[in-house]
Design a protein around this ligand. Structure first.
Ligand code: URA
Length: 260
């Protein structure tokens, strides 16, 4: 059982501001604890199942935060962005205040599932290829997908910056122009470069320029699944949800683990 903590410390740990500011929130009658107006910032509370309400917003206590976010297009997964707004601008302020980080990155034009957390060990576990955790991408291509291309992706593709091939661990054709591909690594622009390599045998950036010239460079990329955790259909673009222990278990299932 977790040690009781003062309300002020709890609010601080959840990202509501400095301890002084958190204390002032309580004195300003802006904090409720499990539905009851809080009066004393020093009151010691159990954090188990604790529901805070801060400035009218309900907030579950989470010692470490694990969230799933459905990334919209045209956002960058970085705090210091270059050309587009940051995904962090779409999250509640306390998340940013308590230092949540994206687990890996998606390109600005890629959509779908991204994990965000303040647990460094979790971030490491989810990003190291050693854990063999698959990520499933739905890829929409301008040209029809062929069996030969899928065979090539499964047997390994050599990219231009590394002689070691990268593999799709699974490929499933979902439509003439739509492929669901699973990969375990997270190399730079990996999916786009793999697709470029099986289609054209030229560099990704070259392909982009060539396709742009004919007005057909838009391939959609959408991540739907990590490990055995599938992004819920109810999670709309730009929305986030908490991940609970059962979700974390599914997330850490490797590609070779049996399906449950
Ligand atoms: N591979 C890519 O090319 N882009 C992404 O955003 C993710 C994987």
């Amino acid at each position: 059982m977790a040690k009781p903590l003062s309300l002020e410390k709890i609010l601080f740990s959840q990202g509501f501001g400095t301890r002084r500011y958190c204390s002032d929130l309580v004195y300003a009658d802006l904090v409720q604890v499990n539905g009851v107006l809080a009066e004393d910032p020093e009151a010691r509370l159990s954090t188990e199942g604790l529901i805070l309400n801060v400035e009218g917003q309900d907030w579950e206590f989470h010692e470490k935060a694990y969230i799933a976010f459905n990334k919209p297009p045209n956002y960058e997964c970085s705090h210091k962005t270059t050309h587009h707004p940051s995904v962090y601008s779409l999250l509640p302020k306390p998340f940013v205040e308590r230092g949540l980080q994206c687990v890996g990155r998606l390109d600005f034009d890629t959509t779908g599932l991204i994990l965000i957390s303040d647990d460094g060990q979790f971030i490491h576990r989810m990003t190291t290829p050693k854990k063999n955790i698959g990520k499933v991408y739905e890829i929409t291509t301008p040209e029809p997908i062929t069996q030969k291309q899928m065979d090539h992706l499964l047997s390994g593709v050599v990219l231009d910056d590394d002689p070691k091939p990268c593999y799709a661990t699974a490929c499933e054709q979902l439509g003439e122009h739509v492929l669901a591909m699973t990969i375990v690594e997270g190399r730079y622009h990996q999916v786009k470069r793999m697709m470029a390599a099986v289609g054209n045998h030229v560099r990704y950036h070259q392909v982009k320029r060539m396709m742009a010239a004919v007005g057909n460079h838009v391939a959609k990329l959408h991540r739907t699944k990590i490990g055995q955790y599938v992004m819920p259909e109810s999670l709309k673009e730009g929305e986030w949800c908490w991940l609970y222990p059962q979700d974390l278990q599914l997330l850490s299932k490797s590609v070779d683990a049996p399906l449950v």
